[in-house]
Design a protein around this ligand. Sequence first.
Ligand code: HEM
Length: 316
Amino acid sequence: MASRTSFLFLAFVWLALATTALSLTPNFYDKICPQDLPAIRKVVQAAVHKERRMGASLLRLHFHDCFVQGCDGSLLLDSTSSFETEKNARGNLNSVRGFEVVDQIKAEVDRVCGRPVVSCADILAVAARDSVVALGGPTWKVLLGRRDSTTANRALADTVLPSAAMDLPALIENFKNQGLNERDLVALSGGHTIGLSQCAIFRNRIYNATNIDPAFAKERRATCPPAGGNTNLAPFDPTPARFDTAYFQSLLKQRGLLTSDQALFNGGSTDKLVKTYSSNPKAFWDDFAKSMIKMGNIKPLTGKQGQIRVNCRKAN
Ligand code: HEM
C-alpha cells in the first residue's frame, strides 16, 4: 500500500515537472536576466519613434513566426544549404520587414544580460506587445520560455500563411488549423488597425470587388493604377499609426482594404463581432490581448528542445 502511494506521489511529481517544463510563464527570465524586458521595450520604443510603421511590422513578424511550425523564431532564419528561408515564402517576400530592428533588440538584450539567454522567438513575442503599446493599444503579460528552432520551412509557410484573397470560410479554416477560433480571427485581424499594404495586393479588390464603397475604391485607385505602382502603399484604415477601432469602423462602411478584411463583415457569422468591436474599444482590446496570448502559445519549443540562438538569423 505504502509503495503504491509513493509510486502515485512520484508519478504526480513527475507529471507536474513535465508539464511545467512544457508551459510558458511570464516570469521565465526573472532570475536569469530581469533586465531583458526593459531592454526590449527601449529598442522597440526608439524604433517606433523613428518610424511609426515599424510597430506594425514587428507585430506582423510575431504572427508570421507563430503560424509556421509554431512560435520558434523560424521566420528569422536565413537560407542555408539544408533549408530555404521563410522570408522567401509568398506571404513574406518583399513584404515582411523589421529584421534589422530584431537584430538590434537581440544585441541589446545580450549586452544587458551579459550572454545570450533570451530566445529570438520570445523577443518577437515581446516586441509585438511593446509595439502595440507604443501605438496606443492594450498591454498584456507575455508568456515566455520559448526556444528557437534550428530549421525553417518555406514550403510550409507557403501553405499556412493566410492570403489576402481569402473569403470567410477559408479564413476560419486557416485559423482553426492553428487552434484559433472565429473570435480569435476577428480580434487578431484587428491588428490591421495599424500598418500599410502594397497596391499589388489590394489592386484586384479596388478595381473588381462589388462589396466596396465606390468613393473608397476611387480614392485608393488614385495611388494604385491598374498597371504599375505595385509597391505603392495605402493604410488599412484612416489612422494606421494608432491602435484604435477605426479598422472595424471601416469594415462597416465597406472600406476594408483587402478581400480578407471585408470578408469579416460581408453578411456572415462574424458581422456581429465586427460591429461590437467597432463601437467598443474595451471589448476589442481585451479580446485582442487574449488572442495574442493564445497565438503566442502555438507549438512553442520548450525545455531542452531547440536552442537559444546567438544570432537570430542563423542556428548556433
Ligand atoms: C486574417 C488573415 C490575415 C491576412 C490574409 C493578412 C494579410 C496581410 C497582408 C496581405 C498584409 C500587407 C502586406 C503587404 O502589402 O506587403 C498585411 C499586413 C499586416 N498584417 Fe496581416 N493578415 C492577416 C492577419 C493578421 C494578423 C493576425 C495580424 C497580427 C495580429 C496581422 C498584422 C498585420 C500588420 C500589423 C500588417 C502591416 C505591416 C506593415 O505595415 O509593415 N495580420 N497582412
